[in-house]
Design a protein around this ligand. Structure first.
Ligand SMILES: C[S@@+](CC[C@H](N)C(=O)[O-])C[C@H]1O[C@@H](n2cnc3c(N)ncnc32)[C@H](O)[C@@H]1O
Length: 394
């Protein structure tokens, strides 16, 4: 068992809990020294209610079981964790965390690999974050008037769901770690979708976060005036124009100067660079970027450092390597500007088969000299200069 700082352990547990799709159960029991608990034991588990994932929190007073269901982001998990229990068991689908808080108030954390499935009351594959009959899904054309997902839009529906499954825990983690201020009605969370197109994901983020009790202000930006007009019309039909708005602007020239969260999903080619540059230059705290086509680095890959011609002599492989180089350099630029960056999988859209997403959270960690050197080495090895580098303000 590793002894760790209590608050740090709580943050680990909170991050695991917020990944509610991979949660099996949580049990809080025992009592910490000099602390009282309201109940002897608390059990939490994910359940499906009308096909929407909830967290069921239950406790017993010895005679009767009391149960309450919460939407994942509204579950008072952080409070319950700190309410005096000495033993915390958190079972996830691939890992179990066991925490014992000692008399001295230190946490002993034990992690074990496991393979478990949550016992949801319905078919797990049906767990949806958005009800298909939600009026916004009908208004944006994913569902028909009867509230059924249109067969032609089922891929988009899946993509929207997957996006929310990435957005929600990432956001909650960034808020609980203090990287993003807790949103309030007076100071809502601000999100910009750069290159929003038909705004399926823009509306979905707005509706889902609001349904979870998070005050938001969302702005969608797209170069096409027709997209702006259509999306603003839908917002007005839904009566949500006060918290979601669309503008017809180029990402590189947008008049918007700040947002907590920047998303850019399958924006074309260097529009992705414009979006990342916007996030870095305006100090956005969270960026979710799913790149689309990449031409910038591809076009510069003329002098191939050997023995890499083994790969680049095949056109399709050269293209993939070019994609990887582009995204790795983009990520490194973000890392050097104080972001914690990861590449995760995200389904491609109808315009692109590419399935990579860059997830970046601004932690403000100072740039590491070795990492800066690796970046420079990569540029000189391949004799390339990423478009993004020239868009970043010093
Ligand atoms: C492939 S679509 C993706 C739409 C949406 N993000 C999604 O994932 O469903 C790309 C969108 O980016 C917009 N776009 C491309 N370059 C842009 C730029 N430089 N500034 C603003 N919008 C841009 C296009 O008009 C198009 O609507």
């Amino acid at each position: 068992m590793a002894e760790t700082d209590l608050e740090q352990t709580f943050s680990v547990l909170e991050a695991k809990f917020l990944d509610s799709n991979n949660l099996v159960r949580v049990v809080l029991s025992g009592r910490r020294r000099n602390m009282q608990t309201l109940h002897e034991r608390i059990d939490m588990r994910p359940v499906l209610i009308k096909e929407v994932l909830h967290i069921q929190v239950s406790h017993s007073d010895g005679r009767q079981m009391t149960t309450k269901n919460y939407l994942p982001l509204q579950t008072p998990f952080a409070e319950l964790l700190r309410s005096g229990y000495a033993n915390i068991l958190l079972e996830g689908t691939s890992e179990t965390l066991n925490v014992r808080i000692t008399k001295k108030g230190e946490a002993l954390l034990h992690r074990e690999k496991s393979s478990k499935e949550p016992e949801l009351s319905h078919d797990r594959s049906k767990a949806r974050l958005l009800d298909a009959s939600d009026p916004f899904l009908i208004a944006i054309g994913i569902s028909d008037a009867q509230g059924e997902v249109k067969p032609s839009k089922s891929d988009k529906y899946m993509q929207v769901e997957e996006f929310l499954r990435i957005l929600a825990p990432t956001l909650a983690g960034a808020i609980s770690a203090g990287h993003i201020a807790q949103p309030t009605e007076a100071k809502p969370l601000t999100i910009v979708d750069l290159g929003c197109g038909h705004a399926y994901l823009t509306f979905a983020a707005h509706q889902y976060l609001r349904s979870q009790g998070i005050p938001v202000k969302v702005i969608g930006i797209d170069i096409r005036p027709a997209a702006r007009d259509r999306n603003n019309e839908i917002a007005s039909q839904l009566g949500i124009s006060s918290s979601i708005e669309f503008r017809a602007e180029e990402i590189a020239d947008t008049t918007l100067t700040t947002a907590d969260v920047a998303i850019a999903l399958h924006a074309c080619d260097t529009a992705t660079d414009d979006a990342i540059a916007w996030a870095i230059n305006t100090d956005a705290k969270l960026a979710l970027i799913a790149p689309c086509c990449h031409h910038d680095i591809q076009a510069q890959m003329n002098e191939i450092p050997e023995p890499w011609s083994l790969i680049t002599r095949n056109g399709i492989m050269k293209e993939r390597l070019g994609d990887l180089l582009t995204d790795a350099l983009r990520m490194q630029i973000m890392k050097l500007r104080g972001y914690r960056v990861e590449a995760i999988e995200f389904v491609g859209g109808e315009h692109t088969p590419r399935n990579l997403m860059i997830r970046a959270v601004k932690t403000g960690a100072p740039a590491d000299k070795n990492e800066a050197a690796k970046y420079e080495q990569m540029l000189s090895l391949w004799k390339v200069k990423p478009a993004l580098a020239s868009l970043i303000s010093r």
